[in-house]
Design a protein around this ligand. Structure first.
Ligand SMILES: NC(=O)c1ccc[n+]([C@@H]2O[C@H](COP(=O)([O-])OP(=O)(O)OC[C@H]3O[C@@H](n4cnc5c(N)ncnc54)[C@H](O)[C@@H]3O)[C@@H](O)[C@H]2O)c1
Length: 297
């Protein structure tokens, strides 16, 4: 019988940061392709609400929510166990949770904020690969791991300094893990989103951001979470069975156009005049202090 392209029938996926943005869009595409999905997120309110919405749409037997901080090893172990206990095995892990992290000029960055940024986006991806791969090895049928990096990994000025460094780490972890796990038939790839309109990126300033991005992004489309989810679904499925160790750019041509040496996004400048910690959409408040001269963030 001919294979159905894009099918994830009979597969189980774990998605971190699955309560919002790119992770949520990916959960919807995975479910539509036939997978069972465990959504892991630190924002419990958003996670429960999303799973309740998905259940109302008929996916109640296919979806679970598990509160998790991806920086905490025991919690990541438990997250993978939910997939095994509720759905029988684990086939796909999407390590996607992210925050803005430490922000400000390098001379103002706080060490605790730096460490927290790496804990979520570098340690979190390491732990997701480690325990995802162990669960896949237990089942013995291979699998696919996808990690969210960013265009910020591939250039200067694509994002805050600490954030960009974690994403560069994700690109490299992806290559080394892919080499190591190939003998277990586990593929590992990264996706680098461009400017995607989620709460993390534009902080509610959609129109302002859209105007700036139109000037520098060749594609006339607005980057949406679904654009990234489609690539992740491809990487998760057998359609990409010979693809491993790669970093896939999904950015509407943004990097091809160069970063132009200007600051594209509202509130971003060569030397930001604010510093602190951006906790993204986790539900934790941001910690920002202004440097002189003061300006809008
Ligand atoms: N939006 C963009 O333009 C863009 C561009 C490049 C890369 N990315 C990356 O894409 C990923 C998803 O971002 P998004 O734009 O969908 O943001 P989002 O804020 O909409 O979603 C991120 C989710 O991650 C969760 N999260 C954060 N820290 C966590 C932790 N420690 N443990 C568990 N969950 C945690 C949040 O609660 C949130 O639900 C991130 O890794 C981000 O860095 C986004």
């Amino acid at each position: 019988m001919a294979r159905v392209f894009g099918s994830l029938q009979g597969r189980t996926a774990v998605i971190t940061g699955g309560a919002s943005g790119i992770g949520a869009a990916t959960a919807e595409q995975f479910l539509a392709a036939g997978a069972s999905v465990v959504i892991g997120d630190m924002n419990q309110d958003a996670g429960h609400q999303f799973v309740s919405d998905l259940s109302d749409r008929g996916y109640q037997d296919k979806v679970r929510f598990q509160g998790v901080d991806v920086a905490e090893e025991e919690q990541v172990v438990e997250l993978m166990e939910v997939a095994e206990s509720d759905f029988g095995s684990l086939d796909i892990v999407f390590n996607n949770a992210g925050i803005g992290g430490a922000i400000g000029p390098i001379t103002e960055l706080n060490v605790a904020h730096w460490d927290q940024t790496f804990a979520v986006m570098a340690r979190g991806v390491f732990l997701g690969i480690k325990h995802g791969a162990k669960a896949m090895q237990r089942a013995g049928r291979g699998g696919s791991i996808i990690n969210t990096a960013s265009i910020a990994a591939l250039s200067g000025k694509g994002g805050p300094l600490a954030y960009s460094a974690t994403k560069a780490a994700v690109v490299n972890i992806t290559m080394n893990a892919a080499v190591e796990l190939a003998e277990s038939n586990i593929r590992v790839n990264a996706v680098c989103p461009g400017i995607i309109f989620t709460d993390l990126m534009h902080r509610g300033r959609t129109e302002e951001a859209e105007q700036v991005i139109k000037k520098i992004q060749p594609s006339t489309l607005r980057g949406e979470p679904e654009h990234i989810a489609s690539m992740v679904r491809f990487l998760a499925s057998d359609d990409s069975v010979f693809v491993t160790g790669t970093t896939q750019l999904v950015d509407g041509g943004y990097l091809a156009n160069g970063l132009l040496g200007v600051n594209p996004l509202p509130g971003v400048s060569n030397r930001p005049n604010y510093a602190g910690m951006n906790h993204g959409t986790t539900g934790q408040g941001n910690e920002i202090r202004f440097l002189e001269p003061k300006s809008d963030v």
